[in-house]
Design a protein around this ligand. Structure first.
Ligand SMILES: [Zn+2]
Length: 379
């Protein structure tokens, strides 16, 4: 019932509009026009101002023609780098960029699926309840659009976020994520004249990291050290190093434990050093900031929305597996704000690389699943 040609064209058009995080305005305005043409109410919220972007989240309310429960849909409008001047092309049922940029199927495939589903419902006068859509900004830089969205604007209790790889998988679980910044303050000294008067913060950081257990900690926990900066010149004992890391887990206790372990490695390494200058003992210090970026999502296999999507997939003659993801998505926030959301794949692969591609058949299948789920919600 969906139009494959139309949704393909929509996706190509959307991909050709640049929309790096914080600069999603042109995409938002195109979608606003399209949704208004279909008779939907559109709101652009003020989250853009709050985070210094050029547009807010686009919130769309499509009036139903039955009194079925309100259904929620969401995809994000922003893309990662390198994502300017993208030239999409399709060969053998696969959409790719020209190899110099990402494709931006993440997450414009999700956006086009939502638009096509709403067009189909309206055009073919298919019975449905009210539909609420959040086209979000800045997902790629910390789920900021979803984080600051005013959830009181929505009455939906459940729905689908379209922002994962394949419609053969339904993501139900995503981890809680913490980011940690470690600042080590040592003591500057001339490396040739008086090295005994300095405290080398790079050495402390090295010891801390080499004693740290990072990577895959257990089946539900991971951690990483991703950024290190510090030092000025080879002849100066460096008095400052900053290290940034993260940890994620589907179990918050395990996450706390891993963060504690990372902090302890820095504190223990620092404790081993001190210098005494003119009778005064100087010790290095470690400043640590830990921020919870988002809370986990954990939708049950038995949840109403999960069972509806499962049934929709079965009705269409396909199969779907429930999946636990190692990454977060806007659905982390929506679930914690009271809208129970599963994350359905759209057919996109090798995300965040110049090799990104979309398998068109999976892209169409994902739209079919969403349309069928909305019809089940109406039945
Ligand atoms: Zn995405």
């Amino acid at each position: 019932m969906i139009s494959k040609e139309r949704m393909t064209q929509h996706l190509m058009d959307l991909i050709r509009i640049d929309s790096p995080s914080k600069i999603e305005k042109n995409v938002a305005l195109k979608l606003e026009d399209e949704m208004k043409e279909l008779g939907a109410e559109c709101i652009i919220d003020n989250v853009g101002n709050k985070i210094d972007g050029n547009v807010g989240n686009l919130i769309v309310k499509v009036k139903g023609n039955t009194d079925a429960p309100t259904f929620f849909l969401s995809s994000h409008m922003d893309t990662v780098a390198p994502g300017l001047g993208i030239q999409p092309r399709i060969d053998d049922g696969i959409m790719r960029s020209d190899g110099t940029t990402i494709l931006g199927g993440d997450d414009k495939s999700g956006v086009s699926i939502i638009v096509e589903v709403i067009r189909t419902l309206k055009e073919q006068n298919i019975p449905h309840g009210d539909i609420e859509v959040a086209f979000t900004i800045c997902e790629e830089i910390g789920l900021l659009g979803a984080k600051y969205i005013d959830i009181s604007l929505f009455k939906s209790k459940y729905g689908i976020v379209l922002d994962s790889s394949t419609p053969k998988k339904l993501v139900l679980k995503c981890p809680t994520s913490d980011v940690a910044v470690f600042k080590i303050h040592g003591l500057e000294a001339h490396a040739g004249l008086c090295p005994e008067n300095g405290i080398n913060s790079i050495k402390i950081a090295s010891e801390a990291i080499s004693n740290m257990k990072i990577g895959r900690i257990d089946h539900e926990t991971t951690s990483n050290i991703g950024v290190i900066t510090g030092g000025v010149a080879t002849n100066i004992i460096p008095n400052f190093v900053m290290v940034k890391g993260e940890a994620r887990s589907h179990n918050n206790e395990k996450l706390d434990k891993e963060i504690e372990h990372m902090c302890k490695c820095f504190n223990d390494a620092a404790k081993k050093y001190s210098v005494t200058l003119e009778g005064e003992t100087i010790k290095p210090t470690v400043e640590i900031e830990v921020e919870r970026v988002y809370e986990k999502m954990d939708v049950s296999s038995e949840a109403y929305i999960t069972r509806m999507v499962d049934t929709a997939v079965k009705n269409l003659g396909h199969e779907i597996e429930h999946q636990t993801s190692g990454g977060g998505c806007d659905a982390n926030y929506f679930n914690n704000m009271g809208i129970e959301c599963v994350n359905l794949g759209t057919g996109m692969y090798e995300l965040h690389t110049v090799n990104e591609y979309v398998i068109m058949d999976e892209f169409y299948r994902s739209a079919d699943i969403v349309l069928e789920t909305i019809q089940l919600n109406t039945a």
